[in-house]
Write a protein that binds this ligand. Structure first.
Ligand code: AHE
Ligand code: ZN
Length: 371
């Protein structure tokens, strides 16, 4: 049976830098190997704001943003076997086809199957499933969760346990999973020292997961004093505010001083290239490993003296924490249900869909709720 188009509400960003507008959109039925999802909940990530603002070199407009969603499969196209109507699902901006060179390598979670079309804002056949008044609107990150209904490739979605509340596990679509994977896939963190630059959802997740795997010391770094109690709640043993150091003292030098030569592991959770440098330079000579998680704006570049690498520091990065979504997210959901992975604790605000722009405002103001 051929499905019918659905009319529903979606938040459309008509041009770079503009606020989102709630519009009536028409969502075409899923084509072969595609899945149409009724989205019930979504998080807002700084990457949505990054693309909205026009700093993303892959940004295309008009677009329906959003990539941290949870929903229920409404219909499937021909050939779809991995999910069925009624399944509770999380869309994946990092697909997992299990057939491409990347998937088969066993070395990376980056999948090559749909990434090129995804980056152009279209489905694998090169077209969009969204229209407003007959005009096509682009997809975003292969997910577009700021729509009541969305269409994704079947390799870009995973079914999860129906016992898990979708308003919580939708957050596994980006931030919490990214942080978790960045730590659990990095060998050696048990009994080691860690510094986490930036205490947003990613940084707090890196702190919580470092604690989970048994790090001996976890230093949280943030310029916002309101983050100190949050960092402590998630497991940080120390908090350093770089703006409160003596005049001219660099954060990396301070961290090296208080850790007898530097950290075993550091994480950039900010997307600021100067912070990335500080994180690398705070890593211990001979063995320190610094992981870049944050996304920097188009045109930004990182730099350090090559001597930092010659003397044994490693600079690395990961996307979506190196997690293979279809294989690993069901297990993360079970870990959440078993109380091993925190999710509820990250939620600071709830907003109705019509108030999505207010949610972006909350994120910008970044006023941590006092604990
Ligand atoms: N279009 C952006 C890419 C930005 C980027 O690096 N995105 C991250 C996810 S951010 C989630 O909030 C990522 O996983 N990248 C891997 C990939 O394949 O895009 C740009 O800067 O061009
Ligand atoms: Zn994100």
């Amino acid at each position: 049976t051929v499905g019918k188009p659905i009319k529903c509400k979606a938040a459309v960003c008509w041009a770079a830098g503009e606020e989102l507008k709630i519009e009536e959109v028409e969502v075409a039925p899923p084509k072969a190997n595609e899945v149409r999802i009724h989205i019930l909940h979504t998080g807002i990530c700084h990457t949505d704001e990054y693309t909205r603002s026009g700093k993303d070199s892959e940004g295309v407009f008009p677009v329906i943003l959003g990539h941290e969603g949870g929903g229920i499969v409404e219909s499937v196209g021909e050939g779809v076997t991995s999910v069925k109507v009624g399944d509770h699902v999380i869309p994946l901006y990092t697909a997992e086809c299990r057939e491409c060179k990347f998937c088969k390598s066993g070395k990376t979670n980056l999948c090559g199957k749909v990434r090129a079309t995804q980056g152009k804002g279209v489905m694998p056949d090169g077209t969009s499933r969204f229209t407003v008044d007959g005009k096509p609107v682009y997809h975003f990150m292969g997910t577009s969760t700021f729509s009541q209904y969305t269409v994704v490739a079947d390799v870009s979605v995973v079914a999860v346990d129906k016992k898990a509340p979708l308003d919580k596990v939708c957050l596994l679509g980006c931030g919490i999973t990214t942080a978790w994977g960045s730590v659990v896939k990095q060998p050696g963190i048990k009994d080691s020292s860690v510094a986490v630059f930036g205490c947003g959802a990613i940084g707090l997740g890196v702190i919580a997961t470092s604690k989970l795997v048994g790090a001996s010391r976890i230093i949280a770094v943030d310029t916002n004093p309101g983050k100190e109690s949050w960092a402590a709640k998630f497991g940080a043993t120390d908090f350093v505010n770089p703006t409160q150091l003596p005049e001219g003292k660099k954060i990396q030098d301070h961290l090296v001083d208080i850790t007898d030569g530097g950290l075993d592991f550091t994480f950039d959770c900010t997307g600021n290239v100067h912070v990335m440098r500080a994180a690398l330079e705070a890593a211990h000579k001979g063995w320190g490993v610094s992981t870049v998680i944050g996304v920097a704006a188009a045109g930004q570049e990182i730099s350090t003296r090559p001597f930092q690498l010659v003397t044994g520091r490693t600079w690395r990065g990961s996307a979506f924490g190196g997690v293979k979504g279809r294989t690993e997210i069901p297990g993360l959901v079970e870990d959440y249900l078993d109380g091993k992975v925190l999710i509820d604790e990250y939620v600071t605000h709830h907003r109705k869909f019509n108030d999505l722009n207010a949610g972006f405002h909350d994120m910008h103001v970044c006023e941590p709720i006092p604990l």
